[in-house]
Design a protein around this ligand. Structure first.
Ligand SMILES: [Zn+2]
Length: 132
């Protein structure tokens, strides 16, 4: 069995969206995935699964910004137009909402996309992977 096949074979198949949204380990579903607000642990505290080779990449940031731009920016603009509020007041009210929504979604999406990537052994190809 090749090394990538071994890596895939020993990985359990828990629902990555569920474990990701809960911020849990993709292998056991019990250990915490995050060491900080957005930083991943190096390995699972419960089962020892190695998290060092996988990363969520830029996808979570793209989807978080996309969702915020589609949902919250129109509400902020609508607030400004409906109340005829000055721009500084609109920014003062909606700026923190935008930032909080981005960070909240970023954490959720990082967890989900990390779990999907981990279960599928999707990672960057490194020099050692192509050298025999
Ligand atoms: Zn685990």
């Amino acid at each position: 069995m090749t090394e990538p096949a071994k890596r895939t074979a020993r990985r359990r198949r828990l629902p990555p969206v569920e474990t990701g949204l809960r911020g849990r380990c993709p292998a056991c579903g019990e250990g915490a995935l995050f060491a900080g607000f957005l930083k991943f642990h190096d390995e699972c505290e419960a089962c020892g699964a190695d998290f060092r080779d996988e990363d969520a990449g830029d996808g979570p940031a793209f989807f978080a910004m996309f969702a915020v731009c589609i949902l919250i920016v129109p509400m902020a603009l609508g607030f400004g137009m409906a109340t005829n509020a000055p721009m500084w007041l609109t920014l003062l009210i909606w700026g923190p909402v935008l930032i909080a929504a981005c960070l909240y979604l970023l954490r959720l999406l990082r967890g989900v996309m990390f779990n999907i990537a981990w279960q599928r052994s999707a990672r960057e190809v490194r020099n050692k992977d192509v050298q025999q």
